[in-house]
Design a protein around this ligand. Structure first.
Ligand code: ADP
Ligand code: MG
Length: 334
């Protein structure tokens, strides 16, 4: 690594005293960072890598890319109910482009500061653009939210409005007919390029939710992980799915495809006992976040889609065959 690249690391990624959180015993610039969770807390650790062309389009601004690279990792912490502590950054760059680095570091470190998450080290190499982040959080011992905890009779909830990121991606691909108007395009593009990790929701769900997962691969696909790990099934009401105004304007087919199979949403999908409905609703109100009750966990493995009944109710409901790609995830459920 050339001296120029050391300068690059120092210039763009090291914080000065008084800038950003400082909680590592030894931070950025030594051979290792040294860090400990608070007494009684456990460390939650997760890694996500983003590669140009595969996880993001070359049209994304460097600031939004920096934001998203950390956001997708914070989203994993959120899904475990962990509060962010620190992260490392493995950066592979095709060239040293100072304007790009400045924008990227700003998007990344602004989000890090917002969540009090310290950049404690990393690695910088030359090659095709890729960003690997390992994030560390803390959660009271034994309280991490897992995929395996869903119980028969639990409500199934989802935060926010999944599907918008997929709508934007389809607009970029030119596969939407009719296309999106400017306002819809910019709004859904923001959802795709600058997702808001549901960290406060995850922390608030400790002791309340029985299981949780973040929606990165599509709602049904990620739901499948919870069902398999928890050895349960679900009755999901299509009428209760949250529909953003941008998706409401699309055809029913396109709308459901975006919501159920879209992905890149970074909303939380979680289960909680019906006795906790009020507390969950109150948490959503406190956080200014739409939380929708979309189904109910059942003993029979697999996924059953319904129309014409609210979540959990069996009266007047009609079965809807599952036509969404991520259904395959449900094969071999239980
Ligand atoms: P080593 O060869 O000992 O692994 P490096 O030359 O890779 O050290 O990195 C020197 C220091 O700079 C280390 O403390 C490392 O954590 C930090 N660092 C390297 N790249 C980054 C980066 N992209 N962001 C933050 N810190 C980084
Ligand atoms: Mg190194």
């Amino acid at each position: 690594m050339s001296l120029g690249e050391f300068d690059l690391i120092e210039t763009f990624f090291w914080r000065r005293p008084g800038q950003g959180p400082h909680r590592a015993v030894v931070g950025n610039g030594d051979d290792c960072a040294v860090i400990a969770p608070a007494p009684g807390m456990q460390l939650a650790v997760s890694t996500d890598t983003m590669v140009e062309g595969r996880h993001f389009l070359s049209t994304v601004s460097p600031a939004r890319l920096g934001h998203k690279a950390l956001a997708v990792n914070l989203s994993d912490l959120a899904a475990c109910g962990a509060a962010p502590l620190a992260f490392t950054l493995a950066l592979t760059l095709p060239r040293v482009d100072e304007a790009w680095l400045k924008g990227f570091a700003k998007g990344l470190l602004d989000l890090a500061d917002e969540h009090d998450c310290e950049l404690i080290g990393g690695d910088t190499t030359a090659g095709p653009l890729a960003i690997g982040i390992t994030v560390m959080g803390e959660v009271p011992a034994g309280q991490a939210l897992l995929r395996s905890g869903a119980q028969v009779g639990d409500d199934l909830w989802v935060s926010g409005h999944p599907g918008e990121a997929r709508l934007a991606l389809d607009a970029f691909r030119g596969s939407l007919h009719p296309g999106l108007g400017t306002e819809a395009f910019e709004a859904t593009r923001l959802a795709m390029e600058r997702p808001d990790p549901r960290v406060a929701l995850g922390v608030g769900l400790r002791g309340l939710a029985t299981s949780a997962i973040d929606v990165s691969d599509g709602l049904l696909g990620d739901l499948g992980h919870v069902l398999r790990r928890s050895r349960v099934g679900v009755a999901l009401s299509l009428d209760e799915l949250p529909v953003s105004p941008w998706l409401a304007a699309r055809s029913p087919d396109e709308r459901l495809n975006c919501i159920l199979a879209g992905g890149d949403d970074y909303e939380l999908l979680f289960t909680a006992p019906p006795a906790q409905r009020e507390r969950v609703t109150q948490l959503g109100a406190e956080l200014g976040l739409v939380l929708s009750r979309i189904g109910q966990i059942e003993a029979e493995p697999g996924l059953r889609l319904w129309r014409g009944a609210s979540a959990g109710a069996s009266e007047g409901r009609q079965a809807v065959p599952n036509r969404w790609a991520s259904f395959d995830h449900f094969k071999g459920a239980a």
